[in-house]
Design a protein around this ligand. Structure first.
Ligand code: ARG
Length: 292
């Protein structure tokens, strides 16, 4: 009889332990965000029209662009406040890796390495920003640089930890890669002649040219894999509950046709002409990013 009671007691204790563990395990990163009532999003506001600074505004309001609208939408979808943390592009990725922020929405292209190291959302529409990847050069150098070989031994800038850095390394192996933390600094280095070219997304190049004279796109362009054309949101590896909620929000935004108008609005804010015919058909499908 004693033995049975002991065994029953042990069973009850085991069950109780199991329940606590289950309850604790059930509280995931998504619950934590909802409980805190705040979604912290890191971004590097040097990438118009996706994220940039409107210097006529202050505080959180100064951050504008497509990704900022998207971040607000996701926070609202989750029913929490949004807190934007502006930092350099490489710091954004470190912050996510260290779990110092909930996510980073900063014009990320899907790459294999990122898919290995982070939880990446499904694709979201990035307009025509990254359908082409180009080299910004000085207008006076337009004849000098027309093919990859022309960059042999030449300083070519790219943002640190970016797709553009990867493209320079892969497609201009003879160039001297010069990494910059902020795209604005790269533009200054280009204007001062410290570097001969700056690798940037084509839409971003348009925004830079609209605000800086004497720069043109090199007639040679990088070859771009279709996998890099749309963007993804970066989350801490293993934050699958958050990623699932983000994908739901993205699917809803896509289904409601929000992306086109958001992109047009961002382009206008960046001082660019809007695409005349942005239609649902132009939008990237809200399909899953390819598996690593
Ligand atoms: N799409 C490119 C990448 O994934 C560039 C993104 C740059 N974003 C930024 N906010 N500076 O690397």
């Amino acid at each position: 009889m004693k033995k049975i009671i002991c065994m029953a007691l042990a069973l009850v204790m085991l069950l109780a332990l199991g329940c606590t563990a289950f309850a604790a395990g059930e509280k995931n990163e998504l619950d934590a965000i909802k409980e805190a009532g705040v979604l912290t999003v890191a971004l590097s506001p040097d990438f118009a029209p996706m994220e940039f600074v409107d210097s006529s505004k202050e505080g959180q309001d100064q951050y504008v662009g497509f990704d900022v609208t998207l971040a607000k939408y996701i926070a609202e979808y989750l029913g929490v406040e949004l807190e934007i943390q502006a930092m350099s592009f490489d710091a954004c990725q470190t912050a996510v890796a260290m779990d110092a922020v909930d996510m980073s929405i900063s014009g990320y292209s899907w790459t294999e390495t990122r898919a290995e190291n982070f939880e990446l959302s499904d694709y979201y529409y990035a307009g025509d920003n990254e359908t082409e990847q180009v080299l910004l050069i000085k207008a006076e150098d337009a004849e000098k640089y027309t093919k990859p070989e022309d960059f042999a031994g030449v300083d070519v800038g790219a943002q640190n930890a970016s797709l553009q850095q990867m493209l320079v390394e892969e497609q201009l192996p003879d160039a001297k890669l010069y990494t910059i933390g902020e795209i604005g600094v790269g533009v200054m280095e280009l204007q001062s002649g410290n570097i001969a070219a700056l690798a940037v997304a084509a839409g971003n190049a348009d925004a830079i040219m609209a605000n800086n004279e004497g720069l043109v796109k090199c007639s040679w362009e990088f070859e771009v894999d279709a996998a890099y054309e749309a963007n993804v949101i970066m989350m801490h590896k293993g934050d699958v509950a958050l990623c699932a909620a983000v994908n739901e929000a993205l699917a809803e935004a896509y289904a409601n046709g929000y992306y086109g108008p958001w992109y047009d609005e961002a382009k206008i804010a960046a001082g660019l002409e809007t695409a005349t015919e942005v239609s649902i058909e132009d939008e990237a499908p809200a399909e899953e990013a390819p598996a690593a």
